[in-house]
Design a protein around this ligand. Structure first.
Ligand code: PLP
Length: 435
């Protein structure tokens, strides 16, 4: 079993200087469990005591090529020798924008630094374009930590959330002004009837439908094959901007992201995570007419660090590799092997389960029968057992989020040998928990 005296000691120091010892609430796993990382390499991360973990959190999704990928690190290192920000357009931005456009089919791109900024600005563009204010989002989806969309996320939905037919927006943090709730309509994912009824009644107020095309923050639940085309048709009919939040799926589930994978085009798309292999960068892409709503002096899109050389050079290198090599296919091979192997281990252990998602980001629900459709389905799964198995894996050097709503992410660095080692440890953890 793992020994980690240095890690524990430094975590206690971290708690003195940062609330809960972390800089994002999701990273706090409890005083006895929260990791302090010294470095990462390929599929592995190491704590301060040198314990190695096979990493399936991958920074919550960005690290598609593996930690510290030499070609990405090299391009960024070279680029930043000439400076990092200039409050001006750079060649790196143009190159990164051209790659995104080529890979995804969007017409134009604007950069920012995080998924949160991208979705926040996408809403502003949609509101400015339509002159309407309300937004539809789906239960269990997460679009970042700004006030406008921090409702009915997985964490929030432990509170009363209304009936399935008439859900109420549940605020996920105190500190968010009550008036914002008036701008949000939350609906169950994959529910054709609820969406149609709402749009028909309120379309004159609805600026946008924002959707994670597959539920990257709720057990990687897939859309019904007709659901995204249905949203597309409704948005066209009622003049609503369809926003795909591809912060997790972009450049991960296909070179052209969810738009390519599901064969449906959105009006605006937000990208982040995998586009920079972990370097901070995000983008809004979309149709020219809608993107051109951004206008100096009229519709604001700004940010001192937008398009900085660190992020755009990282995107240039990462996207080049994703576009021209089999990196995504290798990540998918790892995922397929894991999905199959995990399912076999659970079956052998007598645990009913549902595996959902795409090999490059997948989840499984325990003591669950059938196919999950929406966030509410995940709540009837055995979340405690999942957490117990997750912690037992963590003790054995395999790290994934201990909540089934956060998917496992794979990378091109997860070789078949790494996957087999994972499955051996996973099987051992399941045996230990059931013993
Ligand atoms: N959108 C989705 C779908 C996400 O999963 C996330 C983060 O996990 C965000 C937006 C927010 O991105 P960031 O954490 O970079 O602000």
């Amino acid at each position: 079993m793992r020994q980690w005296p240095k890690t524990r000691a430094r975590f206690l120091r971290a708690k003195e200087v940062m609330p809960w010892g972390v800089t994002s609430n999701f990273r706090y796993w409890g005083d006895d469990q929260t990791i302090v990382v010294s470095r990462g390499e390929g599929p592995y991360i190491y704590d301060l005591d040198g314990n190695r973990y096979i990493d399936y959190r991958l920074g919550y999704g960005p690290v598609i090529l593996g930690h510290g990928h030499p070609a990405v690190v090299e391009r960024v290192s070279q680029a930043i020798r000439d400076g990092v920000i200039f409050a001006a357009t750079t060649e790196w931005e143009i190159r990164a924008a051209e790659r995104i456009i080529r890979m995804t089919g969007v017409d134009m791109v604007r950069f920012s630094n995080s998924g949160t900024e991208a979705t926040m600005h996408a809403l502003r563009i949609a509101r400015a374009y339509t002159g309407r204010e309300k937004v539809i989002k789906f239960e269990g989806q997460y679009h970042g930590h700004h006030d406008y969309l921090l409702f009915s996320t997985a964490m929030a939905l432990r509170q009363p959330m209304g009936s399935r037919r008439h859900p109420i927006p549940v605020v996920a943090s105190s500190g968010i002004p009550r008036v914002i709730a008036d701008l949000i309509i939350t609906l169950p994912f994959n529910d054709f009837e609820a969406v149609e009824r709402t749009v028909k009644a309120k379309w004159g107020d609805i600026a946008a439908i924002i959707v994670e095309p597959m539920l990257g923050n709720s057990a990687a639940i897939m859309p019904h094959p007709e659901f995204l085309p249905f949203l597309r048709r409704l948005c066209d009919e009622y003049g609503i901007v369809l926003i795909f939040d591809e912060v997790k799926t972009g450049f991960r589930i296909a070179r052209g992201g969810a738009q390519e994978f599901f064969g449906v085009r959105a009006d605006l798309v937000t990208y982040a995570k995998a586009m920079g292999n972990g370097f901070p960068i995000s983008a809004i892409g979309g149709k020219r007419e809608i993107m051109m709503t951004i206008e100096p002096g009229a519709v604001a899109h700004a940010g001192t660090y937008n398009g900085n050389v660190v992020g755009t050079a990282a995107a240039d290198a990462t996207l080049e590799i994703l576009e021209t090599t089999d990196a995504l296919e290798r990540a998918a091979q790892a995922g397929e092997r894991l999905m199959k192997g995990i399912s076999e281990i659970l079956t052998e252990a007598g645990i009913p389960h549902a595996v959902s998602g795409h090999p490059n980001m997948f989840s499984f629900l325990l003591n669950f029968e059938g196919t999950p459709r929406d966030h509410r389905d995940t709540m009837s799964s055995d979340i405690e057992l999942y957490a117990e198995i997750g912690l037992a894996c963590y003790e054995r050097g395999v790290m994934f989020e201990v909540d089934p709503r956060e998917p496992w992410f794979t990378s091109a660095a997860h070789t078949p040998e790494v996957v087999d080692e994972t499955l051996n440890r996973f099987a051992d953890a399941v045996r230990a928990v059931l013993r």
